[in-house]
Design a protein around this ligand. Structure first.
Ligand code: SF4
Length: 268
């Protein structure tokens, strides 16, 4: 089906109309505030805004408290998620204005998410943990279609997919390789995990974490020594630690699978 450009333009115009109507309505109520009904509407509007503001303020304060005390508080965390989801686009736009790269802001968001997930102290059975890797980790010259079936990998050791197989076998977790967000969401629907260890770039990890909320996702950033989306690498120690956190609530031993020659890009 061919989607026409008119739909998007129409929705843009409708949004503008909506904002205009809200502003005009507010102006009318302010000017004619002597009537009881108008005053009531003004109070209701103000009350709604105040409640929204309170939820966001409590959510941010809650996040700060959780991270500061290093103690999980589910109710505050839920409010925090509302605050983050509401303010994230604003924070990105503000960051851009202040000269902070979107990538840096998203990496910071992933760090905060990982910390919050770790504090929840979850214990998940191996079969319910999904290790989700991006297709760009696969060596670009490999002829095997691992996104269709990850077991098409011949385990030749030319790329990190081999070691991810070793990790998945060692801990009994599921492994899937996705070409992008759509396939990643498909795997999450198909396998119905209770927790996900996701490897990706800042952009994909951020959208993945937000799309799957409130599912616990520990994100591990990949590194891109050859540029974006080509023969990317990952620190396997961090991947292993993330799996261990879900299995045991902590890191239990020195990581077993080594990432020789693969670069460290972020902490879990
Ligand atoms: S380890 Fe698997 S995916 Fe990587 S190059 Fe070898 S066969 Fe291909």
């Amino acid at each position: 089906m061919r989607i026409k450009k008119r739909l998007f333009i129409g929705l843009l115009a409708l949004s503008l109309l909506f904002i205009t109507a809200v502003l005009a309505g507010s102006w009318y109520l302010l000017v004619n505030h002597t009537s009881f009904l108008n005053r009531l509407l003004l109070v209701l509007g103000f009350f709604t805004l105040a409640v929204l503001f309170l939820i966001i303020a409590l959510g941010i304060a809650g996040l700060v408290l959780i991270l500061w005390q290093e103690r999980s508080r589910p109710f505050l965390q839920r409010l925090g998620l509302i605050a983050v989801n509401t303010l994230f686009p604003v924070a990105l736009a503000l960051g851009r204005r202040l000269g902070v790269k979107a990538e840096t802001i998203k990496a910071s968001f992933i760090e905060m998410n990982n910390q919050l997930v770790r504090l929840r102290g979850l214990l998940i059975e191996p079969g319910k943990i999904l290790l989700l890797a991006p297709h760009c980790l696969q060596w670009s010259g490999c002829p095997h279609k691992i996104t269709v079936d990850v077991y098409n990998c011949r385990r030749c050791g030319r790329c990190p997919i081999d070691s991810l197989h070793a990790l998945a076998e060692r801990y009994g977790v599921r492994l899937a390789v996705a070409t992008g967000g759509t396939l990643a969401r498909h795997f999450v629907k198909q396998y119905r995990p209770r927790a996900v260890v996701a490897i990706a770039c800042e952009r994909d990890l951020t959208s993945g974490i937000q799309d799957t909320q409130p599912m616990p996702v520990l994100g591990v950033l990949n590194s891109r020594p050859h540029g974006p989306c080509l023969n990317t690498q990952v620190n396997l120690n961090q991947v292993e630690q993330a799996i261990q956190f879900f299995l045991y609530g902590k890191t239990i031993s020195q990581p077993q699978v080594r990432s020789e020659g693969w670069e460290v890009s972020s902490s879990v």
